[in-house]
Design a binder for this molecule. Structure first.
Ligand SMILES: Nc1ncnc2c1ncn2[C@@H]1O[C@H](COP(=O)(O)OP(=O)(O)OP(=O)(O)O)[C@@H](O)[C@H]1O
Ligand code: SF4
Ligand SMILES: [Mg+2]
Length: 321
């Protein structure tokens, strides 16, 4: 089966005055139809940049340097901007931006804001029709439709997050990228939003890329997980395998650094800091922090090895040299 999204060798760099930030550096992965891919990794490893790139919305001074983003086999990287905007962005692929719930316009009702998102992309739709759809969308994300007339400050954090999710779903996309959708919320509301995403995905049969720094959280609802480290994918595979039996030293440490309720073991800190992406370490980017680092790790970049069906690890411990 052809995956819905197939990213091949993607590189996205920021050409800042202080140097070239290699935020996404030769990344490949895929998302199957109806599947949720969790994208995990520490702050600054390039998760949001990867999300922006899929919609071709990388902010300046960033740009896609090379690679392919194949959506149903069609390359979005080389597509004319006009076609991308009219046919793909928001209609087929949408994004819940990190922190978007705090960026809602404070002086306009949420109904107006959802309606506008619809009308921008479907100019033939009248305001009345768009507001009606806004009500349906609110109901779908578990908010009383009468709330179309509410202003953002009248809503709780969880409700605002539901509103931005409703906006991302307004045009019935096939793929939704949700960037840290629960980060600013308390644990109970976090669980509610995760359940909402799970339900919507099932009901609508859509695919999702769920971005979070919290690997344990996304492993619970994602079908497959990709773990990013310093602009690269360290390990990817089915969620249960990655969670129960991680093979990359970074994934292992990342999981041991997250508190667990059941079977709690001693928490470990990952020593050191993630690298500066303007001058990443040679070889394996994790080598300065890795307890198993060998000479080859300091010299050569590890290839991505399929160690069992659909389970990939970029580490010299598993590669033939
Ligand atoms: N506009 C920019 N100019 C220069 N560098 C940038 C810019 N935006 C992001 N970066 C850098 O690119 C790298 C990846 O950033 P990105 O925001 O994609 O990470 P992230 O994984 O989403 O982090 P977080 O978990 O904090 O949201 C970081 O090193 C960041 O400093
Ligand atoms: S390639 Fe080497 S440094 Fe990198 S994770 Fe594997 S063992 Fe550690
Ligand atoms: Mg981010």
């Amino acid at each position: 089966m052809e995956p819905l999204l197939k990213v091949e060798g993607l590189r996205v760099y920021y050409y800042s005055l202080r140097g070239i930030v290699k935020a996404v550096d030769n990344i490949s992965f895929h998302v199957n139809k109806g599947e949720t891919l969790g994208l995990a990794g520490e702050s600054g490893c390039g998760k949001s940049t990867l999300g922006f790139a899929i919609l071709r919305l990388v902010p300046s001074p960033g740009r896609i340097v090379s690679g392919k983003i194949l959506f149903e086999g069609v390359d979005l990287v080389t597509m004319p901007e006009d076609k991308l905007r009219k046919e793909y962005r928001w209609k087929r692929i949408s994004m819940v931006f990190q922190g978007a719930m705090n960026a809602l316009n404070p002086v306009r009702t949420i109904g107006d804001q959802i309606a506008e998102a619809i009308m921008v992309h479907e100019p033939h739709v009248t305001k009345e029709e768009a507001l009606k759809r806004a009500e349906e969308l609110l109901a779908m994300v578990g908010i009383d439709p009468k709330r179309v007339k509410s202003y953002p400050h009248e809503l709780s954090g969880g409700m605002k997050q539901r509103v931005v999710i409703a906006m991302a779903l307004a045009l019935n996309p096939d793929l939704v990228i949700a960037d840290e959708p629960t980060t600013a919320l308390d644990v109970v509301v976090q669980a509610q939003i995760m359940n909402l995403l799970k339900r919507l995905k099932k009901e609508k049969g859509m695919s999702m890329i769920l971005i979070s720094h919290d690997l344990a959280l996304i492993a619970e609802i994602a079908d497959r997980v990709a773990v990013m480290y310093a602009g690269k994918i360290a390990e990817q595979g089915p969620s249960d395998i990655i969670y129960q039996n991680p093979q990359h030293p970074y994934t292992q440490l990342l999981l041991r650094s997250i508190p667990k309720l059941k079977g709690a073991k001693e928490l470990v800190w990952i020593p050191g800091q993630p690298p500066d992406l303007r001058t990443p370490p040679p070889g394996c980017r994790f080598h300065p922090r890795c307890p198993y680092a060998m000479d080859v790790c300091r010299r050569d970049e590890p290839p991505m090895i399929e160690i069992e069906p659909d389970h990939y690890v970029a580490c010299w411990l598993y590669a033939k040299r």
